[in-house]
Design a protein around this ligand. Structure first.
Ligand SMILES: Nc1ncnc2c1ncn2[C@@H]1O[C@H](COP(=O)(O)OP(=O)(O)O)[C@@H](O)[C@H]1O
Ligand SMILES: [Mg+2]
Length: 248
């Protein structure tokens, strides 16, 4: 599905990713752990194709095609979708207009929004005055209308209160297991994902297959998500990366 080879990325003239290798097979969900500032969001933004990230070396293969220099809208057309950690406010653009534009018309906007408790927000400017949890649900609403085959989720649970976390978690689960397939399946799951998480809370909902740890712009180790999470919780990132050099 996604293969990243020796990816080096500069932001603002500074190298932030220094040789990332990572793979998400079709139908798999992989999680990405890493301390603050390690390059997690940079990696997701670069995979999606945001402009300010300059790939200086390496490549990104998506569905067997080299997309390293493909514009963002073409990656979206190929089936890539992203949920941002901190999406911008867009004054003058109603959430409803973006959500309608994201879909192909077969999903009911009102109904989809209702399922996320977002129907009251459709007439409001995107993210303007939204709380942390409302921003995440707004991102999920846009993604569920877009119906990508490959999800990039950047800390979907951060800023979400205890009550809404179950709603967000179950929505992510249902998007990954949606029956409208993408031409491949792994068990019941038709979609693939790369999910950044700090807390590991999202693991209760996504049944992840693999985990990577990134530190200082490099992948330090990979392995089973629960094992890696436990190592990080018990020993911190420094120790975790020494003890688990597992090759997937
Ligand atoms: N647009 C940008 N301009 C300058 N520096 C950036 C930009 N985006 C990210 N960085 C820097 O790159 C490093 C990695 O950031 P980021 O990928 O957001 O980390 P993470 O998501 O792991 O917390 C940080 O030091 C951050 O300040
Ligand atoms: Mg981040």
């Amino acid at each position: 599905m996604l293969r990243i080879e020796d990816l080096h990325v500069e932001v603002d003239g500074r190298e932030v990713l220094s040789g990332v290798d990572l793979e998400v097979p079709a139908g798999h969900t992989c999680v990405l752990f890493g301390p603050n500032g390690s390059g997690k969001s940079t990696l997701l933004h670069t995979i999606m194709g945001f402009g300010q990230y300059e790939v200086t070396k390496g490549r990104i293969l998506f569905l067997g095609r080299d997309v390293t220099h493909l514009p963002i809208h073409e990656r979206a057309r190929m089936g890539m979708g992203i949920m941002l950690q901190r999406p911008p406010n867009i004054v003058g653009l109603r959430l409803n207009d973006l959500v309608v534009a994201a879909g192909d018309g077969h999903l009911d906007t009102e109904e989809t929004a209702k399922a996320l408790n977002m129907d009251r927000f459709l007439e409001r400017d995107i993210n303007v005055g939204f709380s942390g949890g409302e921003i995440k649900r707004s991102e999920l609403l846009q993604l569920s209308m877009q119906e990508p085959c490959f999800f990039l989720l950047d800390e979907p649970e951060s800023g979400v209160d205890m009550e809404s976390i179950d709603l967000v978690g179950r929505k992510i689960h249902s998007m990954l297991y949606d029956k409208k397939g993408c031409g491949w399946e792994k068990g019941d799951r038709s979609k693939s994902a790369l999910v950044i998480t700090h807390t590991g809370k999202v693991l209760d909902y996504i049944d992840a297959d693999c985990a990577y740890v990134i530190r200082g712009g490099r992948i330090m180790c990979s392995g089973r998500p629960r094992d890696i999470l436990r190592d990080i919780q018990e020993r911190g990132y420094g120790e975790c990366i020494k003890c688990r050099m597992v090759k997937l």
